[in-house]
Structure formats: structure tokens, C-alpha cells
Ligand binder design. Sequence first.
Ligand code: PLP
Length: 447
Amino acid sequence: MKDANFLKANNARSLWHPMTAPSDSLKNQPTIVTGAQGVRITDVDGHEVVDAVGGLWNVNLGYSCQPVKDAIAAQLDTLPYYSIFRGTSNDKVIELAEELRAFFAPDGLVRAFFTSGGSDSVETALRLARQYHKIRGEGARVKYLSLKKGYHGTHTGAASVNGNANFRTAYEPLLPGCFHIPAPYTYRNPFNETDPAKLAQLCLQALEDEIAFQGAGTIAAFIMEPILGAGGVIPPHPSFMPGVEKICRKHGILLIADEVITAFGRTGAWTGARLWGVKPDFACTAKAITNGYFPFGAVMIGEAVAEVFESDETGRAAIGHGYTYSGHPVGAAAAIACLAETQRLNVKDNAAARGAELHAGLLALQSKYEAIGDVRGGHGLMHAIELVSDRASKAAPDKATAGKVQKVAYEAGAMVRVSGPNIILSPSLVLTAEDVQVILSALDAGF
Ligand code: PLP
């Protein structure tokens, strides 16, 4: 490793950080992480903390998952790469597709299309949704609906369905034909509705209204995260996603579940779709599929959609889409090992148990500190606390407030993530009860 002075002096000189203004990295030194073990990371100055972000919502099994590391190393020795474009395949990706088929069977998802990450997975589902309608002779169905505050990645298609201006404005014009409906966000919503069940119905009505306004025959798909993540961890009322599914079915609109964060146990269920009891047409996955150790993703495809593609004899079902790294054998080997560990350790149950402890602790902090306006979570290990400058008016805090909390919490032992006025927590699912207490006391120090 280069020495600390070299790393600190040169970080901003030759690299631009995603989601960061280049001038910001010149002014504010980022935390330079140089090592990690278990659920802890160590920075260039030797300071060790619990990583309450779990990498970037992806290191579900922690940093020391030896079976995944071994699988990657072994695969590099056997077959470090081979493409699965037309005419070739590789053994690992076939094995993985079978494993995923079994894992996602309860969600009605029966085929896998491989990608290099979450944005790729979203792009793939959006494109295949349009193609599905074209194969069926409904080529006018080209529009997409999604939720305000939703996050779906950064490709132009994904950014077009994103519901947050921060990820859109600089890159407009984006795809035409993308429309957003209000998210079931109880703390703040345009209906001033504080009852989550009633709010779910209002948002569903907004979806029906938008479909009627656009014309159902022009809409290809609705995409949503089962629990909104980057937008500030917003779990919808349990009636919401089943309601969306029902409306989509009624109007022939495909339902894309963006499970890039929620698949593989994070919500306390194996998938977000299963948490809410829905069967989407596509599920976009990435992140924890390889525990963050290899860039990889998969779009899982529902039975009815697969049947339309597979029975077509006209040539319209030829998939003119794919990535050089689709089905990468090293990624596939990592994912096979990951899936085995995920199930062997039954991480969804630990996510539920530790998540409940973390949630209770965050509510206790809320009763102690006026600056905590809202605490969200309650489903596994994805939580947010929303900061305010005044509880009664819910006025937004000073822009620097969340960053200050993050800095002090880091010094006190936990890395947390800032997103607007929210402090986000998405730790590894192998967290212990002691680790939960470390996170809570670090946050306590931050206020
Ligand atoms: N979809 C969701 C729900 C996400 O949270 C993310 C990333 O955070 C993406 C898509 C994009 O994934 P990636 O950053 O791997 O392209």
C-alpha cells in the first residue's frame, strides 16, 4: 500500500468520485478505506469502525466471506472469462442460472439474464419490457411509470425513471414517456396524509389516474423498489405493492421490481416481492448477488414473459441487448458461493432480528433528540433517520447537519451514510447484537 501522505495528497488530483462535485473532493478529504474484516472497515490512519453502510448496501455477508473469495480465486484459475453471446456459454453461468431459478421460484421468476450491475439490470428490464409488447403486437406500449423518490441507477433509461431531480437535471433531456407518481412516503406527501394505509390508497389512485391520462395502451411497465432505498428508506404500507400489481395486471402493464437492494434477505424476507406477496414480471438484482466482491447482476424474468419470448417464431424476440460481462464466469462463481452462504447462514432471519433491535434503538434516539424528525425501517436491515431543524414544522436541517452527525459517529465507531437530510443504515446481514449497540452509541455521540 502507498503511504497515507501519498494517498491523501493524490486522491482528488487524478480521480473523480461518483455522486460528488469534483470541487468537493478537493475541499473535503474522503475517508480512504484500506482494509476490512468481518463487518468492520479500517481507514488509512488505522481507525477501525463498524461499517453500518455494508459497503453500498451490498456486502451482506461481511468482508471476510471466505467461500466467496475461494470461489473467485478458483474460477480465475479455471476459466477467467468466456462470453455467453450467441453461440457460446460457460459452465458456471449455467449452474448459477439453475440456482437462481430455484431461489426465485416462489416469486414466479424462471429465467435469468445476466448483467454487470444494478443500472444494467434496470436498463435490461426496461428494454425487455418494451420488446415483450412489440412481440405481442402492442408496439404502442413504450412508456414507463415509476415512483417519485425512487432510485434505479444511472443509465439514461434508469435515470429517466428515477424520481429524484439530483440524478436527472444535469443529464436532461432523458427518455421521453416516463412519468412519476407520488411515493407512499408517510412523513411527507402531497396529500398531507399521515395514515400509511390511507396514503397507499391515495397513491394507488394516483397511479390509476396517470394510467387513464396516458392511456393504458401506451404504457410498457411500472418499476418500483419494494422498499425505496436511496430515496431515504421508505417502506410502503403492505397494501401498496399488491395494489400496484393488481392495477398493472388489469391494464396489461408489466411490473418490474427493482430488487437491487432488497433481494437476498436484506428486508428480512428473501426478496422484496415475497415480503409483500407479489409476483413481478421482472426482478432486477445486483449488489449482494456477489456480496460486492465482483461487479455482477441478474434480471429474473417471470413465466408469462418468458413464454412470450420463447414461443415467438417471427424473429421479434431476438434479444439485441447484452453486455461483454453478461454471465462472466468469475461473477457467476462468486454468486453461486454467495447464494449458498446466504442460505446456509439464513441471513434473512438475522436481518430481521438485528433490524428490530436497530429500529428500537433509533426510536429511542428519536425520543432523545429533537433533530430526528422521522425514523424509518422495520423490515430487516435498512433504516433511515430523517433530520429536521424543527420537529413541529418538519423544516429541513442546515445542509451540513447530516454530515456533522456522520463525522462524529465515524469517530465514535460507525460509518453511516448521508443522503440529503437522511442518515442511512444498511449494514451487513451478519451483524451481531453487539455491533448494533456500537452503531447506536456512535449515532448517539453524533447528536
Ligand atoms: N436500483 C436500485 C434500487 C439501487 O439502489 C441501485 C444502486 O444503488 C441501482 C439500481 C443501480 O445499481 P448500480 O449502482 O450497481 O448500477
